[in-house]
Write a protein that binds this ligand. Sequence first.
Ligand code: MN
Length: 377
Amino acid sequence: MTFRFIHSADWHIGKPFRSLPDRLSGELATARIDAIDRIAAIARARAASHVLVAGDVFDGPDLPRVEIRRALERMAQHSSIQWLLMPGNHDPLRMGGIWDRVRQLDLPNNILVLATPEPIALAPNVVLLPAPLTSNNPGDDPSRWMETARTQPGVARIGLAHGSVQGFGSDGDSAVLIAADRALRAGLDYLALGDWHGTRSITANTWYAGTPEPDRFPDNDPGNVLCVTVESGGKVSVEKVRSSHFTWAKINARLQSCEDLDGVDRELSSLSDLPRNLLVKLQLAGSLSLADHGALDVWREGWSARLKWLDVEHDGLIVRPTVTDFDVLKKSPALLEVAQRLSHRVDGDDKHNRDAASLALLRLYGFAAEAVNEAQS
Ligand SMILES: [Mn+2]
């Protein structure tokens, strides 16, 4: 017996990205729906006919009906694949919840909502034990029932659950706790987990698939699905397969001069062959002269045009005027005096004052440099 399936989770269809511009949040929402096509292609390429989704298919209960239909429609189009959808903490199965609305629609034959914790045959000799959530805080480990679930001898047991594994520390966003040794205690061949948005192995046969399309700047490893092969005798192999359209990355850099941006260039270039599909959060620390701050602005504009999105946090980057900076201001003794006073404030203790003085210095220098350039041309 060999059974191969795709383990996915945390699709969060309909997730709004309110902190991002409308144009971009629309593209990110589309990418979440398009992930269904990419998952189907991965399944077909590996001859897997089942896709198990371990909770949080939908981001929340208030999704417009047409958005629900859009997702179902996309799954229906891949008719050779059986989609098994389990409620998670974002889309729990409760009265008047999103699954009621899903079930009011004419569900195509290749989509199954896993609404009850009871064994379901996936193939001859393969049984799925799902642990759907009925609230976002059920107060008990929903996978516990798997220990007493009876199946025929020799049948492969695959568990499906959504929540945080105890003692794993990282936690997803749910308050639901799953025992880390559930697979062992319930005699499972494999336990497919959702909630944690990165791909992660807890034991050799207990995995988080992570979200197939990243939804935040990660500390983990999102953007994959798992292709799982279960063989008789309990042998399991797990292949991590990239499924994301967009790549989200976080970079930290310490700058002492603009030349240090070369390192950031190299790091950015190494992230993806397609910079237009990259979203980057760049956290800067260190200090730059006034002239280098101007050069940083130009550099930033270049990368903003190349990337899908560039978010620069420069709270940790200090303005440090140099002698050369003051040369630009020297032509006007009054300006120079103001700049020197501001530069003392940049070294002060009060953060609010420091930030205001830094900004004022940068503006002052920018205008002065512009005036010098105009006078020379
Ligand atoms: Mn989730």
